[in-house]
Design a protein around this ligand. Structure first.
Ligand SMILES: Nc1nc2c(ncn2[C@@H]2O[C@H](COP(=O)(O)OP(=O)(O)OP(=O)(O)O)[C@@H](O)[C@H]2O)c(=O)[nH]1
Ligand SMILES: [Mg+2]
Length: 156
């Protein structure tokens, strides 16, 4: 009896396993179109630097001093399968309500778009040298999670 899923043979060698993985990955990409990741975190935590490292190009402005990134910027990898949203970092002292309302708006707006425009997961950057996680950061992470996005904490 078939349940629509390909049965995985139990005697696969490493080449067989690799080719099975490639086929399944291709199927997943074909159904999703593009996987979109959003990068969040406080200003200066290294969001744009990480984006540039992933794309191996200085496509986003980075730097010290004043917050650099404004709004939410969408970058598409030339391979067509990866999109990254680089976000404006929040500054200590900004009210939690303002930050969380902005986040809610961003994520819900993305849900209104086509599946290949939606935010599918989030990275939340924390500067390891801070050695603390502020209440506002915890609330931010909880809010992303409550919006249904898997959140991965990244130490920069
Ligand atoms: N040593 C070190 N420096 C980093 C790292 N990530 C970022 N930086 C530096 O930290 C500074 C801020 O980095 P950005 O990438 O502009 O930070 P951002 O989170 O995008 O900042 P905003 O756009 O203002 O929110 C830059 O001078 C980077 O070179 C890291 O992992 N290690
Ligand atoms: Mg930035």
């Amino acid at each position: 009896m078939s349940n629509g899923k390909e049965r995985v043979p139990s005697d696969l060698d490493s080449a067989g396993l690799e080719s099975l993985f490639d086929r399944e990955l291709q199927k997943a990409f074909d159904s999703l179109g593009c996987f979109n990741l959003a990068i969040f975190g406080k200003t200066g935590s290294g969001k744009s630097t990480l984006l540039n490292a992933i794309f191996s190009q200085a496509i986003a402005t980075t730097g010290i001093g004043e917050p650099r990134t404004k709004g939410l910027n969408d970058y598409r990898h030339p391979n067509g399968y990866l999109g990254i949203y680089d976000s404006e970092g929040f500054e200590t002292g900004t009210s939690d309500e303002v930050i969380l309302a902005g986040l809610d708006r961003i994520v819900k707006k993305s849900y209104l778009g086509a599946v290949d425009q939606r935010i599918h997961a989030a990275w939340y950057l924390i500067r390891w040298s801070d050695r603390r996680l502020e209440k506002a950061q915890q609330a931010f992470i909880s809010t992303i999670s409550a919006l249904g996005l898997p959140v991965i904490i990244v130490l920069s």
